[in-house]
Design a protein around this ligand. Structure first.
Ligand code: NAD
Length: 504
């Protein structure tokens, strides 16, 4: 992405107070269609003054929204759900145009986001507190959960619709107002979502979109009127957001990068494991935080799996995401393509066996797209950069180990701990693995174990900084704070001064 070179395309704007923000942008960046290399729009980069204007709009909308009845807030969510259902394909097309993922995958992304909206429709039930009667003579205690205020979401490029929907439906339904700072690489989905929320009846200022880069993020972090930051990014950015925002006294959840292992035991169904590994490694061109990038083959599993992987990879079709025949799309930017190609070169230089080299891929009629085809390495070792670092592209490493214990030790030694999968027919081994492995989300014969909206999503270690996961009840807790009330109705038996602590 470079500073703009295509003044003829229509530029995006921030979305403030329920409308396009007409303040002229000081700086615009080009956004490309990664399948063609063409500039499809330009995105404004917020200044500090822009951030302050957007936060002020969210703050002004807060009193009205938090006093809006729970029922009405839920009704807006139900109406938004209907909008999303009706316009799912339109949103998926926007995602494909700027991210590159194939249409079916983009539809899946929108669906997973929609499920969080459906969860948030139940906020009147989810937000309920507790009540205990007669905790002391004539005294009851009850608890309630209240919104935090203005909250901000910082989101990555790889799920431009779903990741924002992990956050704002819950935040808004709970009575907060929201500022979304989406990725500058594929920003248009955020504006379309804003339009849908408006059409669903959401009052102006409750959901705002602020486009930009580190300038915008850092101002949101230090802004005194922002109560909490929910963020999803690469690990260095997540660490920065967590450390700086907590220092400002804010509530923070900052999800980071990943390097997900798939352990295959020798007793596994190898055809099932091969199908699963291919989907999990190359879906969305490996640009998923839950993508499998390391296949840990125990015993003779590698010798049996490798030909099955090669056979399946030879049949994969890489091409533009809007063509029905494409199974895998391009990388998001030219920089991402070059970074992935550089990792492949590093792997070769370090002595790993490059079994399938995706760098040679050409897509007919799309010479300027950002392509790297499915790539497979064998005999990767844990000292290599292709093992240690997050490549975030269609590159699968096979690491060979002798035993279950070696596989477990390797997974637990990883800096990252987002997702992990084990493939086996041995229930005892699977149970032992789920108990012993130090990772946030575990799949048993499921390669991409993304929990449903009513469970929580999140990793451990360098994959998540903070105390709460996304969505599910963890999300409700993150976007609300608790109050406990102790009350009694005046009663003659309560009269008389008592300086002691109650003995009940
Ligand atoms: P990124 O870290 O480059 O950017 C993410 C967000 O942070 C964007 O909104 C960006 O504008 C902002 N940002 C970038 N640099 C910044 C800086 N120096 N200071 C403040 N803000 C900054 O990530 P990306 O390339 O957009 O997305 C891919 C990454 O996100 C991968 O590492 C992936 O694993 C991770 N991710 C994690 C999860 C998860 O659930 N753990 C989910 C999706 C993506």
């Amino acid at each position: 992405m470079t500073t703009t070179s295509a003044p003829s395309v229509t530029a995006l704007t921030h979305w403030v107070d329920g409308a396009r923000d007409e303040t002229p942008a000081e700086r615009l960046l080009d956004v490309h269609n990664p399948a063609t290399g063409e500039v499809v729009t330009r995105v404004p980069m917020a200044t500090v003054a822009d951030v302050d204007r957007v936060v002020a709009a969210a703050k002004a909308a807060l009193p009205g929204w938090r006093e809006t009845s729970m029922t009405k807030r839920a009704q807006v969510m139900f109406a938004f759900r209907e909008q999303l259902n009706a316009r799912k394909a339109e949103l998926a097309e926007v995602v494909t145009r700027e991210h590159g993922k194939v249409h079916e995958d983009a539809m899946g992304e929108v669906t997973r986001g929609l499920e969080v909206v459906e969860f948030a429709c139940g906020m009147p039930h989810l937000i309920k507190g507790e009540h205990a009667e007669q905790v002391s003579g004539g005294i009851d205690i009850w608890s309630i959960r209240q919104p935090l205020g203005v909250v901000a979401g910082i989101t990555p490029f790889n799920f431009p619709a779903m990741v924002p929907m992990w956050m704002f439906p819950i935040a808004i339904a709970a009575g907060n107002t929201f500022v979304l700072k989406p990725s500058e690489k594929d920003p248009s989905a955020a504006n379309l979502i804003a339009c849908m929320l408006k059409d669903a009846g959401l009052p102006p200022g409750v959901f705002n979109v602020l486009h930009g880069d580190a300038v915008a993020v850092n101002r949101l972090i230090e802004h005194p009127d922002v109560a909490a930051i929910s963020s999803v990014s690469s690990t260095p950015v997540a660490r920065h957001v967590y450390e700086t925002a907590t220092k400002q006294g804010k509530r923070v959840q900052a999800l980071g990068g990943a390097k997900n292992h798939m352990v295959v035991l020798p007793d596994a169904d190898m055809d099932l494991a091969a199908d699963a590994a291919i989907g999990a490694a190359f879906g969305s061109a490996g640009q998923r935080c839950m993508a499998v990038s390391v296949l840990v083959a125990v015993g003779d599993a590698a010798d049996r799996l490798r030909p099955k992987l090669e056979e399946r990879m030879a049949k994969l079709t890489t091409g533009p995401g809007n063509q029905a025949s494409s199974e895998m799309g391009p990388l998001v930017t030219a920089e991402a393509r070059d970074r992935v190609a550089d990792y492949v070169a590093q792997g070769e230089a370090a002595g790993a066996d490059l079994v399938v080299d995706g760098r040679t891929l050409r897509v007919d009629g799309h010479d300027d797209g950002f392509w790297v085809g499915p790539t497979l390495f064998d005999n990767v070792t844990t000292d290599m950069s292709i093992y240690r670092e997050e490549i975030f592209g269609p590159v699968l490493d096979i690491v060979r180990v002798d035993s279950y214990a070696d596989a477990l030790e390797m997974v637990n030694a990883s800096e990252y701990a987002n997702g992990v999968a084990i493939f086996t027919n041995d229930g005892g081994a699977a149970r032992r693995f789920q108990h012993e492995v130090e990772v946030g989300m575990i799949g048993i014969n499921v390669p991409v174990p993304v929990p449903m909206a009513y469970f929580s999503f999140g990793g451990w270690k360098a994959s998540l900084f903070g105390d709460t996961h996304m969505h599910g009840m963890e999300g409700v807790r993150f976007f609300t704070r608790a109050k406990a009330i102790t009350g009694r109705w005046p009663d003659p038996s309560h009269r008389g001064v008592n300086l002691g602590f109650p003995t009940n």
